[in-house]
Design a protein around this ligand. Sequence first.
Ligand code: CA
Length: 230
Amino acid sequence: MSKFNILVVEDEDAIREMLTMVLQQADFAVQSAPDVKQAQKILEESSPDLLLLDWMLPVTSGVEWARRLKNNPDHRDVPIILLTARGEEEDKVKGLEIGADDYVTKPFSPKELVARIRAVLRRSGRMHDLAQIVLDGLVLDTEQHRLSIDGRQLTVSPTEFRLMQFFMTHPDKVYSRSQLLDQVWGRSIYIEERTVDVHIRRLRKVLAEHGREDLVQTVRGFGYRFSMRE
Ligand code: CA
């Protein structure tokens, strides 16, 4: 499998180097630039699979460049994840309105960033050959529909597999039962929210057989979270 090529655009050296290291460790090929001018050159020369773009850049901001790219037929299909220190909902809406594919707020965990990149690549259709999602000994193979922990196979139903796939690409965030129903079961059919609890319970039971029931956590009064944090 050839590596996916990520272009990182970030003016702060330390963050750019950290991002490069994190992405290389996750088996991506990485190119980087401190500003839009240099990034544009790399984009033309090597057509990266995804842009990881800092919102605040000197001269031309990341959000402005993203807007231009999404209006350019030659480049609009390149997925863009905006990276920002801002956490305000308004900025998020603005970022997504101009056509960014996702939005990650600093500070973020490397695991979350890598999971979001994989999710965006998968959604963009570049991804069918990224069949495996790997997190800390946990391997989810979307082609063979197999889930394993430390090389040991887990027996899960198709629904529990999809639930796990959603969780592994959206770690460290809390989802309500109704959000999980939308994301995992789809909106087209009516299913009671209790159904989510039933499948979570079964999934936990399987994980517990491998000592990893901690992966799926109940957040009282809201829903569930998948997290690998201690
Ligand atoms: Ca910056």
